[in-house]
Design a protein around this ligand. Structure first.
Ligand code: C5P
Length: 243
């Protein structure tokens, strides 16, 4: 599979131990460019799981969604760089100063270490949040308005892109231009079940709306043949890129 296409498929390693994670990486690394390691797996396994993915020649999206005072987030981000992850993320709600300091420290560490900086993504508003959730914390604006506002804020702070629902991708693309990365979970190919995802699109629709990479878990892991499922998704991504 072409590297260009392979890098657009990020498999969510939503398992809780090292050996289960390794089974998936072993099975999928030829088709999947990146594996997403989230809070559960990283809290259980630590950096060893990142190294394991890298040892198979794949890259890691470290999905820890940092949100803290600027100095703490910047230092954590530098540690993510030391692990050699390809993507990490923060919550844009942490604010512009938190993101600017993170970009500055990551850039200076990576320049000194002579390594390419990771793709730095910001989470705008979690897709589990509704207008009601925003009201509860005192935000009197629509989800869409906040998503665009936070995407622009993270772009102006030097971030490379956002994690967002595919339903928001077109709005973000229009607001932030062509060079901004948009990574979207909530993707369901037509052959897969919805699981607990509610507002989904197909891989082709997500790419057409402006997504640059897709995070996909259960449509692959729950398929009777996960490799076939990954292959179908890659073919759909490739098709959508051409059209
Ligand atoms: O199995 P599924 O394809 O639904 O997995 C999607 C992955 O993306 C999971 O790891 C989930 O936690 C994550 N995610 C999501 N929706 C968001 C943010 C992250 O589904 N808004």
């Amino acid at each position: 599979m072409k590297q260009e296409v392979r890098e657009r498929l990020i498999f969510a390693l939503d398992v809780d131990d090292f050996s289960a994670a390794e089974v998936w990486v072993k099975r999928l690394h030829k088709n999947v460019g990146l594996f997403k390691v989230g809070k559960q797996l990283f809290t259980h396994c630590g950096p060893a799981v990142v190294k394991m993915v890298q040892d198979y020649g794949s890259d890691v999206f470290l999905d820890l969604k940092y949100h803290d005072i600027p100095n703490t987030v910047a230092k954590a981000a530098v540690e993510a760089c030391k692990l050699g992850v390809k993507i990490f993320n923060v919550h844009a709600l942490g604010g512009a100063e938190m993101m600017r300091k993170t970009v500055a420290e990551v850039d200076s560490y990576c320049a000194a270490a002579k390594i390419p900086p990771p793709l730095m993504l910001a989470v705008t508003i979690l897709t589990s949040s509704t207008e009601e959730t925003l009201r509860e914390v005192g935000i009197d604006r629509s989800v869409e308005e906040m998503v665009v506002r936070l995407a622009k804020l993270s772009q102006s702070a030097g971030f490379s892109g956002v994690v967002a629902s595919p339903k928001e991708a077109a709005l973000i693309r229009a607001a932030c231009g062509a060079d901004f990365a948009i990574v979207t979970p909530g993707v369901r190919p037509s052959f897969a079940s919805l699981d607990d995802q509610k507002r989904v699109t197909t891989p082709a629709e997500a790419i057409a709306a402006g997504a640059t990479a897709l995070v996909i878990g259960r449509p692959i892991s729950a398929a009777s043949d996960p490799l076939v499922a990954a292959g179908k998704i890659l073919a759909e991504i490739e098709d959508a890129l051409v059209n």
